[in-house]
Design a protein around this ligand. Structure first.
Ligand code: VTB
Length: 319
């Protein structure tokens, strides 16, 4: 996949991050999301490529922009599938908490799972524990195997779990196994990436989060050499029927990393609020500093980009 596109896409996540950064702490997650969506869409459309959103803000009838199936880019150039989350961590942003990012995964046609907007049970680990996970087995089993692969004891392990009532049992089990836990309020894309990059000290991510976030994070792990498995969780028959309509043929499938994101995918993210991976947007009066990460699976190159933006000299996307 064209390497230049990865760097072009940084402009897109930068635009979404800056736009939503004006709403940090404003208590309005819908407005923060809308600002990011509008900016991301305008920035996409200033780039020469022939993109189609496969994971976005929802289906056409529920999302006016960046809906699944929407064409993005000028229409000239490479055909690319896009999975985007203009603001991953809308609630975090509304509260001014950590780890909100603007994020895109991209790949050639068919490389990203067209995951429906529902829950996914996930397990993710870094490169050192590749091949050591099995989502069909217990948390205890996985902790032992991953600890062995990482040449650690289970008690040295740090497991990231979303702080939700639905995880009461798994939290109990991980504690009983002796591992340590970081509970997070939102933002499991950052956490999955943190298993494989940076110094957040997260060894494993476990539990149920959004399926679209799972695919986006899988693209990052494909670049970084980590490992992940997922299984769709249906809350009712209607959700299952919707998944089937969206092309899911086996509703019990265990998705391996290569089923979620395969081939020469890329992952691009810009920090909105402070995080373990990325700094948040800093507004400097007439401009902003942004911090982004860009990675490509083809070469495994990871770039972090600090940018200073001068608003009087470049297009603004709604801010
Ligand atoms: C998680 C979290 C995301 O959705 O995927 C979560 O990491 C799952 O949904 O940041 P619930 O909030 O219903 O548990 C997000 O919060 C994004 O909306």
């Amino acid at each position: 996949m064209d390497r230049n596109l990865a760097l072009e896409f940084v402009r897109v996540t930068e635009a979404a991050a800056i736009a939503s950064s004006y709403l940090v702490g404003a208590g309005d997650k819908i407005a923060a999301d809308q600002a990011a969506v509008t900016a991301m869409r305008s920035a996409f459309n200033s780039i020469d490529f022939d993109g189609e959103v496969v994971i976005g803000e929802g289906e056409m009838d529920e999302a006016p922009m960046l809906y699944i199936g929407e064409k993005v880019g000028s229409g000239k150039g490479l055909k690319v599938d896009i999975a985007c989350d203009p603001l991953e961590g809308t609630t975090i942003t509304a509260k001014g908490g950590p780890e909100a990012i603007a994020v895109i995964a991209a790949g050639e046609k068919g490389t990203l799972l067209k995951a429906p907007d529902m829950y996914m049970d996930k397990i993710a680990v870094g490169p050192g524990a590749r091949g050591a996970i099995d989502i069909t087995k217990s948390a205890t089993w996985n902790l032992r195997e991953v600890a062995k692969a990482l040449k650690k004891d289970v008690q040295d392990m740090m497991v990231m779990i979303l702080d939700r009532d639905r995880h009461a049992e798994i939290i109990k089990e991980v504690r009983a196994a002796g591992a340590r836990i970081t509970l997070i309020s939102d933002g499991d894309v950052s956490s999955v990436v943190a298993t494989s990059y940076g110094d957040a000290g997260i060894d494993m991510m476990l539990g149920i989060g959004g399926a679209p976030e799972g695919v986006i994070a899988a693209a990052a792990l494909q670049c970084l050499g980590g490992d992940m498995q997922g299984k769709l969780i249906f809350e009712d028959d209607e959700q299952k029927a919707r998944a089937v309509r969206m092309g899911i043929t086996d509703t019990n499938k265990i998705y391996e990393l290569n089923d979620l994101a395969k081939g020469n995918v890329m992952f691009v993210a810009t920090g909105v609020t402070r995080g373990s991976l990325l700094q948040g947007v800093r507004l400097i009066g007439g401009g902003a500093h942004t911090h982004s990460i860009v990675m490509r699976a083809e070469t495994g190159t990871v770039r972090t980009i600090h940018a200073r933006h001068q608003f009087d000299r470049k297009p603004r996307y709604g801010w």
